[in-house]
Design a protein around this ligand. Structure first.
Ligand SMILES: Cc1cc2nc3c(=O)[nH]c(=O)nc-3n(C[C@H](O)[C@H](O)[C@H](O)COP(=O)(O)OP(=O)(O)OC[C@H]3O[C@@H](n4cnc5c(N)ncnc54)[C@H](O)[C@@H]3O)c2cc1C
Length: 601
C-alpha cells in the first residue's frame, strides 16, 4: 500500500541506517555535549544510557475508534498496519521523541501504555487527486478528521492529531507518499512542476541526471532529506539562503490545493502576477493543511552555482557582531550566507576551538561570478568599523575555491542528518536538546534576546524553589545563531541543551514525563516571551499546534476571525488538520481576549 520506493523516517529519531561516518560524527558530538553539560560545571556522569531505545514491536496501539466499510471507495487505499499507524503518529520535535520514548518505557516495565495519543485510526495512501477528493468526501460525510502527512518532519505538532481528536468520530492520516512524480520541466522558463511529496534530493537528482545539473532546486532546509515540497510550501519553509530568497515562497510560481467544499483550486502559472491578492500566499503558502491538501507545485529553478566563497570573521563583543551583520545586510550586498553564531554554539559545532568569540560566516555564491573580491571589499570596511577579525586579503585569496561536486555532497549529507540524529541519540543519555526561533526587527533584537535568556535562566532557577529542596537545577546551555537576515531585522535561532539527570528509583517513563512536562512549561513561557518582545511566533518552523496561541497573539483577533471565516468556507465541517493553525469553534477559545498566552491554555 505505502510507496516502497520512498525512504522512510524512523519511528524514533531520524532516517534509518545512517552511514558509518555519520554515526561516528554523532557519537563524538554527543560525547562533546555530555562533557560540556556534565563535566565542566555539573557533577554526574552523563555518559550512561538514561532511557532505552524503543522496541516498537512491543508497543500496543489504541484500538481504532471506527471502521471503514469495505464497500467504501477509499477502502482500497487505507491501511491499519501497526507500523504505518505509528510512523504517522508524531512529528520530529524533541517533545515527539519523548512521547515515543515514554510509550516504549512503559512496555519495558510491562505496563501496556495504550495511549499512543496521536495515533491515527487509519493511514490513507491516495495515489492521485481523485482519491484525495474521495477521502475528503468520506471524512466530511462521516465526521472524521483528516490530517495531511507530507514528509513528517514537523517540529511544531503539525501532524499531531491528539489535540482535537475528541471532537471527531476518528482520525485518518492522509499520507501523500505516493504523490511523488516530477511532472514537467519547462527548460525555457526554468521552472518545474512536481507532485506534493517529491523531496529536494529527488528533484535535484533528476535535474542532475536528466538535465546535466544545469539548474537546481536551490532551497536547503536542514530537513532537506525528508521534507516534502508540498509540506515545505504548506509551512513556508526557510532554506539555506541567509538573505533574499530565504523562504520557499520565493520559488513558488503556482500550486494546486484540494479543498473539501470547492474541490480543486489552482493558482495561475504566471510569474509574479500583479493582479490583486496573491492567491499563492493568501491561500496556499503557510496554510499548513488547514484549507485542504496541496497536491502540485510549480517551482522556479536556479542555475547551479559554480562558485562560492565563505569567510570567517570573529568578534569579541556581541553588540559589534550584531551591528556589523545589520550594516552588511542593509548595504544591499545580499550575501548567500550570513550566519552569526554565538560563542558556545560556535564551539559546540567545532567552528572555533574555544567558546570565546562570536563568529560570522559570510559567503557569496554565483553560477557566473567567480571573483567575489569586490563584494568582500565592501564588507571589509564595515567589518573593520566593528572590530571584526579575520577578513583579510590573505584569507580571501587562499580561501577562494570552485565548489566541487564532492564538497557540495559532503555538506549536504552532514548538515541534514546530523542534527536530529544527535538530538534523538543525546536524549537517551539524559541530554535534552531542542531549538526555537523567531524573527524580530533590529531595534527589538537586543531586548528580545535578553528576555529569552532571562526567561530560561529564571525557569531553571525556579527548580531550587520547589518542594524538594534537594532537587538541583539541571545544568543547561542556551546558544543562538542568526539563520536569516533582512534589511529590517534578523531571525535568531536558539538551541537549548539541558542535562536532566534521572533520579534514583525514578522509572524511565516517569523521567521522560518529567522532562516533557518541564519543556512544555518552558516552551509556553518562551512563546509568551517572544511575542511580548515583538518577535514572530515563528520565522520558519511553522505554527502547527505548538505556536498557534502565539500566532494568534501576533496577528490579532481580527485576522484570526478572517482565517476562521476562510476555513469555514473552504472546509465547512472543519475536517482538515483540525486544531492546526486556526482555532476550532468547538474549542471555545476566546480569541478576543488580550490575556497572556499561558493563561489562555
Ligand atoms: C531535523 C529538522 C530540521 C529542520 N530544519 C528546518 C529548516 O531548516 N527550515 C524549516 O523551515 N523547517 C525545518 N524543519 C521543520 C520541517 O522540516 C518543515 O516544517 C517542513 O517544511 C515540513 O515538511 P514535511 O513535508 O515534513 O511536512 P509534514 O511534517 O508532513 O507536515 C507539516 C505540516 O504541513 C502539512 N502538510 C504537509 N504536506 C502538506 C500538503 N501537501 N498539503 C497540505 N498540507 C500539508 C501537515 O499537515 C502539517 O501540518 C526541520 C525539522 C527537522 C526535524
Amino acid at each position: 500500500m505505502s510507496n516502497e520506493n520512498v525512504r522512510k523516517l524512523d519511528i524514533y529519531g531520524w532516517g534509518s541506517n545512517p552511514p558509518d561516518f555519520l554515526v561516528k560524527t554523532v557519537s563524538s558530538l554527543r560525547d562533546q555535549l555530555v562533557k560540556a553539560l556534565s563535566g565542566l560545571k555539573h557533577e554526574g556522569s552523563g555518559s550512561s544510557v538514561v532511557v532505552p531505545i524503543p522496541d516498537v514491536d512491543k508497543i500496543v496501539l489504541p484500538v481504532p475508534k471506527f471502521t471503514v466499510d469495505k464497500t467504501e471507495a477509499i477502502y482500497s487505499f487505507l491501511s491499519q498496519d501497526k507500523k504505518e499507524r505509528m510512523r504517522h503518529s508524531y512529528g520530529k520535535s524533541a517533545a515527539d521523541f519523548l512521547r515515543v520514548l515514554m510509550v516504549s518505557c512503559s512496555i519495558l516495565h510491562f505496563i501496556y501504555f495504550e495511549d499512543f495519543d496521536s495515533c491515527p485510526d487509519y493511514v490513507a495512501f491516495p495515489k492521485d487527486e481523485q482519491e484525495i477528493e474521495e477521502l475528503l468526501r468520506y471524512c466530511e460525510k462521516n465526521k472524521v478528521a483528516m490530517y495531511t502527512y507530507g514528509g513528517g518532519t514537523s517540529v511544531v505538532g503539525g501532524v499531531d492529531s491528539s489535540f482535537c481528536k475528541r471532537f471527531y468520530k476518528g482520525v485518518i492520516m492522509c499520507s501523500l507518499e505516493r504523490l511523488n512524480r516530477i511532472l514537467c520541466v519547462d527548460e525555457e522558463s526554468q521552472c518545474v512542476t512536481v507532485e506534493a511529496n517529491v523531496t529536494g534530493p529527488q528533484l535535484n537528482q533528476e535535474l542532475k541526471t536528466k538535465y546535466h545539473g544545469r539548474w537546481t532546486f536551490r532551497h536547503y532546509p536542514q530537513s532537506y532529506e525528508f521534507a516534502s515540497i508540498g509540506g515545505m510550501v504548506s509551512t513556508r519553509n526557510g532554506g539555506h539562503y541567509a538573505t533574499q530568497m530565504t523562504r520557499i515562497d520565493h520559488f513558488v510560481q503556482s500550486a494546486t490545493l484540494i479543498t473539501p467544499r470547492l474541490g480543486k483550486i489552482e493558482t495561475p502559472k504566471i510569474p509574479s502576477s500583479g493582479s490583486g491578492l496573491d492567491m499563492n500566499r493568501a491561500l496556499i503558502c503557510g496554510s499548513e493543511g488547514a484549507f485542504g491538501v496541496v497536491t502540485k507545485v510549480t517551482l522556479k529553478l536556479m542555475k547551479t552555482p559554480k562558485f562560492s566563497q565563505t569567510v570567517r570573521i570573529e568578534f569579541k563583543e556581541e553588540n559589534n557582531a550584531v551591528n556589523c551583520v545589520r550594516e552588511i545586510v542593509q548595504s544591499g550586498l545580499h550575501p548567500t550566507q550570513c550566519r552569526l553564531i554565538s560563542p558556545m554554539e560556535a564551539w559546540l559545532n567545532r567552528v572555533t576551538k574555544s567558546a570565546n568569540t562570536f563568529v560570522l560566516l559570510l559567503g557569496f555564491e554565483s553560477h557566473i561570478l567567480s571573483d567575489f573580491q569586490a563584494l568582500f571589499d565592501c564588507c571589509k570596511t564595515i567589518v573593520q568599523k566593528y572590530h571584526g577579525i579575520g577578513l583579510t586579503q590573505q584569507h580571501l585569496t587562499n580561501d577562494k575555491k570552485l565548489m566541487t561536486k564532492r564538497k557540495t555532497k559532503t555538506i549536504t549529507k552532514m548538515k541534514k542528518k546530523r542534527k536530529k540524529k544527535m538530538e534523538a541519540d543525546a536524549l537517551r543519555y539524559g541530554i535534552f536538546g531542542e531549538t526555537f526561533e523567531t524573527v524580530v526587527t533590529w531595534t527589538s533584537f537586543k531586548a528580545l534576546n535578553n528576555a529569552i535568556h532571562a526567561c530560561v535562566k529564571q525557569h531553571f532557577h525556579n527548580f531550587n524553589d520547589k518542594k524538594n529542596a534537594s532537587e538541583k537545577a539541571p545544568f543547561h546551555l542556551l546558544t543562538y545563531r542568526f539563520t536569516h537576515c533582512y534589511v529590517d531585522g534578523c531571525a535568531p535561532y536558539y538551541t537549548l541543551l539541558v542535562h536532566y539527570k534521572r533520579k534514583e528509583k525514578e522509572s524511565a517513563k516517569a523521567y521522560c514525563k518529567r522532562v516533557l512536562n518541564d519543556w512544555t512549561l518552558l516552551k509556553t513561557k518562551l512563546n509568551e516571551c517572544i511575542v511580548n518582545n515583538n518577535g514572530a511566533a515563528t520565522h520558519h518552523h511553522a505554527v502547527g499546534v505548538d505556536h498557534r496561541k502565539a500566532y494568534w497573539e501576533e496577528i490579532g483577533h481580527r485576522n484570526v476571525q478572517v482565517l476562521q471565516a476562510l476555513k469555514h468556507y473552504l472546509d465547512p465541517n472543519w475536517i482538515c488538520n483540525p486544531g492546526v493553525l486556526i482555532p476550532l469553534p468547538k474549542e471555545n477559545i476566546d480569541i478576543h481576549s488580550s490575556l497572556p498566552i499561558s493563561s489562555k491554555l
